[in-house]
Design a protein around this ligand. Sequence first.
Ligand code: FNR
Length: 380
Amino acid sequence: YEIYLNGMAGAVPRLPTDLTRLEELAEHRLGAGPVGYVAGSAGDGSTARANRAALDRQWIVPRLLRDVRERDLTVEVLGRTLPAPLALAPVGVLSIVHPDAESAAARAAAAQGVPYVLSSASSTPMEEVAEVMGDAERWFQLYWAKDREVTRSFLARARATGFSVLVVTLDTPMLGWRPRDLERAYLPFLHGVGTANYFSDPAFGAGLAKPVHEDPDAAVLHFLGMFGDPGKTWPDLAFLREHWDGPIVLKGVLHPDDARLAADAGMDGVVVSNHGGRQVAGCVGAADALPGVAEAVGDRLTVLFDSGVRTGDDIFKALALGARAVLVGRPYVYGLALDGHSGVEHVVRSLLAEFDLTLALSGHRTPATIDGACLAATPV
Ligand code: FNR
């Protein structure tokens, strides 16, 4: 009701509450390079479209007369209680859209109590991000480097600075074919501080002939050569288990058999995701893959979801399809681009307010009662 009260007092929200309009506004304000980086997806954009189509063909079937005065949005995720089933997805090199970059996103997440997942490829060293977050919930996303020492160093740094959950992104052993970025010679790596989290790492530095500031081009090439490793296989996960004593979540899982392998390998969760459509073109829409994964491992692993979430009803649908919570990517990046940490807070608050209303108007007081019976799918 805050928005209505403010409206009656003559104040309208500074940013659109419709996140599609917010996205359009941000794309209009940002230059072609940054828009290409954020909006860009693999190939002709087919997977990003599939993500939306998969959510758009699910429809909520509300229930009535169920006393929804008091609602409680909290969910248990990986042994922690979150205020709502929402977290900010890891997005690298946020300095491309705003000078306050990851620190601003992290501050906003902390203010709203939602977990912030910091990318390995952040433009801000993880220690600085931890500093602005205080005790707030933060997770660390790992790009699993070829260089074992760098991986070990990242895990030790993340642990020492209070990151609690390790999110290992497995869909990016190399970067996808992203025409809008390729046309700009891959903007993130031309961007001076693009990889500061690596550049500040002692193990990364040890692999360079000269210090980063003396030969930044060589440092970027070194980064590109080692940040991912297409040679990894399932048994390699034992290394991560050995060096991380908190929960480990595998991000990018779409096939039920991979979800089973994750459970067999002693992992704690999966994020059903196709990286927002940025890796494999012609890939299954993430929400279409979600029920299969939830069915395969829902009783053994925490199932999270991202790719295409834009509204509160999308969150509801993802939960009904089997997710415990969702991550959101591009919308908060656009909020950041338009208004720094306030813009990110605006996006989080809008999503949560809409989710709360959707929950109530569909006849639910908590996320726990949302299940497959709450949806009707458009017949294909
Ligand atoms: C990403 N994503 C991502 N994922 C990851 O594990 N590490 C990373 O560094 C990045 N970087 C990144 C940059 C940009 C610009 C985008 C848009 C996305 C993927 C991200 O975590 C998430 O999976 C998607 O963004 C979810 O899809 P939506 O919400 O953007 O549709």
